[in-house]
Design a protein around this ligand. Structure first.
Ligand code: NFA
Length: 102
């Protein structure tokens, strides 16, 4: 143990404060021009969804205007948005992908 009787071995243990990182939803926005199959491909490729889940998400976006593809920490969410926007631009589709704090 600590011998602090002569004040030579005092150990101060500050409390460990663990804070959970903020989370961000990554959303796809509907438009009139991006082909449905392209959106399905995006959701499969960048959000690691099955074809069935990707199709459901695409239809949700198509019918509701916006839909969630996943929830991530800030840097991961930012990377997803950039990857999707670059891929859409490369294929000349107007698909929009955004993030929002939960
Ligand atoms: N609304 C697009 C169409 O009818 C499909 C789409 C779905 C686009 C989801 C963007 C996002 N071709």
């Amino acid at each position: 143990g600590n011998d602090d009787r002569s004040n030579t071995a005092i150990i101060t243990r500050t409390r460990t404060r663990t804070k959970r990182p903020s989370l961000y939803r990554v959303l796809l926005l509907n438009d009139d021009y991006t082909p449905m199959e392209f959106v399905v491909l995006v959701v499969e490729r960048f959000f690691n969804k099955s074809h069935e889940d990707a199709y459901q998400i695409m239809m949700h976006v198509h019918q509701n205007g916006v839909g969630e593809c996943g929830v991530f920490t800030y840097e991961v969410a930012e990377t997803k948005v950039t990857q999707v926007m670059d891929f859409a631009r490369k294929h000349q589709h107007p698909l929009q992908c955004v993030m929002e704090k939960k």
